[in-house]
Design a protein around this ligand. Sequence first.
Ligand code: 3H9
Length: 655
Amino acid sequence: MAEPILPPTRNWHFEIDLEGIGWLTIDTPDAPVNTLSRAALEELEALVGHFEALARDRTLLGVVLKSDKPGFIAGADITEFDAMSDPAVLPEALRRTHRLFDRIEALPIPIVATIRGACLGGGLELALACHYRIAVNDEATRIGFPEVKLGIFPGFGGTGRSIRQAGPVDAMQAMLTGRMLKPGAARGMGLVDKLVRHPDQLRWEGRKAVLADKRSAPAGLGKRLMAFGPMRSYLAKRMRDEAKKKTNRLHYPAPYALIDMFETHGGDWKRMSAAEPDAFVPLMASETAANLRRVFFLSEGLKKQGLRGADKPTFQRVHVIGAGVMGGDIAAWCALRGMAVTLQDLDMARIKPALDRAKKLFRKRLKKPVAVNSAIARLEADPQGLGLARADVVIEAVVENLEIKRSIFADAIGRAKPDAILATNTSSIELERIAEGLSDPSRLIGLHFFNPVAQLPLVEVIRSQFNTDASVAKGASFALAIGKSPVIVKSAPGFLVNRVLMPYMLGAVNRVEQGESPELLDAAAVAFGMPMGPIELMDTVGLDVGRSVAAELGHDVPETSRFAKLVAEGKLGRKTGQGFYRWEDGKARKSDTPSHPDLPALGRELVRPLVDETERAVAEGIVASPEHADIGVIFGTGFAPFLGGPLKARQDNRA
Ligand code: 3H9
């Protein structure tokens, strides 16, 4: 029998059992995940004071830190970050948490963190201040430092403590990528000490760890070597070179600031942690961090478009019609994400290449042979279309031909389950035109995926005038179920993403027609913050595809233009080895970029048509809100997340 020794606070509950083991439960009220809000940290301070006293008079043998929610702790409370960013308040707030975590670590009794679900950011930093960490080895448990994605780095002492436990190479890698680690990987690195199979075992193992006074060992000398002397400078240089390949210091300063801090202080974990607040404050107060927080909340908001609670549908079987690049890759993605998928095309010869590509994807993403084999088993070639009748979702991705699509859905609507989603991946035919011939046109929605499917997080859920809120919400639920971010878009030419991309790409193509250098234009767009320049993007998409989308959207491409000539000559870009650039091994061969006095300003000029078009799309009610437009364009085009989206950038006078 456990007795509550201290009255519960808003966020914590503490009791001591008859063996003298303290059970400290975090339960952030009214929230689906636990966070370390300022209040939660203050309450924890008071509790730690009690632990110190109880440890002194030996009433308390040790403490097991646990969560009764599905997740452990998702980090500091991001909703408080705007208010916390005040440089007059933040340094002391950080130092106070440092002192608190140091006191936890200095307790003479063992404090054991028992981890299930998300253990992220500040949650991991708290776990690292405990003496021993036990985690459930399941799919739900994820451990990591996602701070860089918010434009900051760990600020509660986690930079030093992770280096102490995992050594500098692994710890810095985890902090610089923000990757969520599986429990096995976290254990391998030394961030976790023990794994259990099931959440029910945490209590028993936590108790055992306290009774055995378990203490985690820091990383061994071999792992720590890279933190010393010239090795550290070498490692810092390597990490900086790596970072430069992915990000620009001006746009995303956090990784660089972390590397600088490591280079100066990384030989001594305590100094590294102590240096955090000074480097952290300017990052947290930056426009980049504020915009990345916005992107986080907008992306979270997209989850609300799906059906929730009791209405939340489950999806198990997907039937994809059309095994071309899009259909094949959609099928592969669904199988990767655990769905049983049947892939239909006219014959096996057409399906086989898609299955081969799928295997490559599974091997790359899943690695473990058992997981790869079960994904392969989940994806079935189905030339007869037998899977359609059993599917929860039917996705058509055949050639852009109205009659073919109509006949596919006329057949599907008679054979599919009455509650199955019927969706087309069309990017150019109005949804209403495909739907209008059907016995129930309200059943057809659009699910518009982007190429490459495995890399782009967005799915446009297309709504026709016949659809109900429930049918599009169900489509959004499906997108969420396969790990994609849905944006609901009204059926209109180009939907959202192609519509805003086209004037941007064509604007740049026009400048090339007038003699400007593709290399310069591309470099300018990247300097502005785009992931790829518009000419390289056109080559990547394919000039034939670009031209036909341009025509659908009413953009004129004169026959005499270089663009039209390249298409006529079959120089279609990356896929043919020649477009505006020559392509070798999947890379554009570029000449030296001509000099330009202000590349970002030129980039801004190039991006202007994209921003204008996004404004028009919002004005026409293509998406539900400007916020949905911002996040849709970021996820669909890679538009500079540090600017918070095209409309936010314009509002801030940055685009
Ligand atoms: C940090 O810790 C920095 C420190 O080092 C130093 C600080 C000074 N705060 O996504 P879900 C909300 S930085 C506030 O549906 P899931 C989320 O917005 C922090 N709110 O659940 C949503 O709200 P709503 C580092 C948060 O199961 C709700 O919780 N941590 C936070 O699909 C449910 O979320 C991160 O960056 C938070 N920390 O995924 C983790 N986390 O219902 C960010 C979540 O009103 N979080 N919410 O829309 C995640 O990645 C996912 O939410 C998580 C759960 C994987 C945890």
